[in-house]
Design a binder for this molecule. Structure first.
Ligand SMILES: Cc1ncc(COP(=O)(O)O)c(C=O)c1O
Length: 376
């Protein structure tokens, strides 16, 4: 018999949880994450919907209605009112589902897709899961996908191309219009990975990535990143409901007869928290949050450049990378309680300026970075 078989007092269990939770690093010193503290209204909404399961929507008609209302708002945000889609576990699931839909729709063969070299590692999972070839197109000098290279890699077996609106490493935005032209000319599915950028770019008045662009067939955007919803919350959106149809399986023992999601049991908390934040802050409130992140990003860029480190690109979004001996710098920052990540091409430290990073925290970070650079 194992020690825990008889169970423990609630307080003892909660104490253990608290102890372990206290080991987690507070976001206030984290510059490596694309997630943040959820907005207070997201937490309230999450708790209210804690028992909901959209895997069986007939049991939760209120939550299902909330998802419909959220999809309408997302349609308004991303340039087409009557989008099809659902709230997923995040960008990885969204990317998988989009490429799966494209494959099921356009291709009975193994086929291939062309993604930018800057694509998120979820495309490696897609390669493995779908057994397709994932071709990587090179980047131009500004780290956007090289359209000529995409064109060169497309062949008769290609069924989809991918553009990124907010790359994970640099926050760069590919030329989605040019990809759209290529997709339309070659009858290809165009998927836009806006997992991060989806809740940044519209508030910077940039709509050059969404369904307003004709060739865009699907788009992912994660409320659990800059949308300040609780984890997990990702939106996978399609121009047409036919793409959901090709993802469906029959579900004989549930309240619905078909299911097009990847997971079965599916929380309503991500729907409720994403909806609550958008509805409460509105477009204007979201814009304020994003503009503040951009302001702090600019301050950080100028301050770090004054220490002699060069930014890889001028920040397009609230991500900025600085060329340096990145692994060593990261290690030394970590010892001092600050977390950044590293990118390899070019070697640089990467800072994501999420809503939890205030101006004063950014300035404190710069002081610590200065000490680190002197110590090397
Ligand atoms: C551009 C992009 N796509 C997809 C993902 C994967 O998202 P998730 O970790 O929510 O599955 C990320 C994560 O950072 C991302 O930056």
């Amino acid at each position: 018999m194992f020690e825990w078989f008889k169970g423990y007092e609630e307080n003892r269990v909660l104490k253990e949880l608290e102890d372990l939770l206290s080991m987690d690093i507070p976001y206030s010193r984290v510059l490596s994450s694309m997630c943040t503290y959820p907005h207070p209204i997201a937490v309230k909404a999450h708790i209210k919907f804690i028992r909901s399961n959209l895997g069986d929507p007939g049991l939760f008609p209120g939550t299902a209605e909330l998802e419909k209302r959220l999809l309408v708002m997302l349609g308004e945000l991303f340039g087409k009112r009557d989008l099809a889609g659902y709230i997923s576990s995040g960008g990885t699931e969204g990317n998988i589902q989009a490429i799966r839909a494209a494959r099921n729709m356009l291709c009975t063969c193994r086929g291939n897709i062309v993604v930018p070299e800057s694509a998120h590692f979820s495309f490696l999972k897609i390669k493995d899961l779908l057994g397709i070839d994932v071709r990587k197109a090179g980047l131009d000098e500004e780290y956007r996908v090289d359209i000529g290279d995409v064109e060169r890699l497309v062949d008769d077996e290609t069924f989809a191309i991918v553009g990124i609106a907010g790359t994970t490493e640099l926050g760069q935005v590919d030329d989605i219009k040019a990809l759209s032209k290529l997709a339309i000319e070659n009858n290809l599915f165009l998927h836009v990975d806006a997992a991060f950028g989806g809740f940044v770019l519209p508030f910077l008045n940039n709509n050059e990535f969404n369904f307003r662009i004709k060739g865009v067939c699907s788009l992912v955007a994660d409320p659990h990143k800059m949308g300040m919803a609780t984890i997990p919350s990702g939106a996978v959106l399609f121009r047409d409901s036919k793409y959901l149809e090709v993802l469906s399986v029959e579900t004989p023992y549930l309240t619905s007869s078909k299911q097009f999601t990847l997971t079965g049991t599916r929380p309503g908390t991500g729907v409720a928290s994403a909806y609550a934040v958008l509805k409460h802050l509105g477009f204007e409130g979201m814009k304020k949050v994003v503009l503040e992140c951009m302001r702090v990003t600019q301050i950080l860029k100028e301050e770090v450049e004054s220490l002699g480190l060069e930014a890889v690109i001028d920040p397009v979004m609230n991500v900025v990378c600085f060329k340096c001996n990145a692994r060593k710098v990261r290690e030394e920052l970590m010892k001092r309680g600050w977390v950044v990540s590293c990118i390899r091409k070019p070697e640089a430290i990467r800072c994501v300026i999420m809503p939890h990073l205030t101006e004063s925290a950014a300035l404190e970070f710069v002081k610590v970075l200065k000490n680190v650079l002197h110590s090397l």
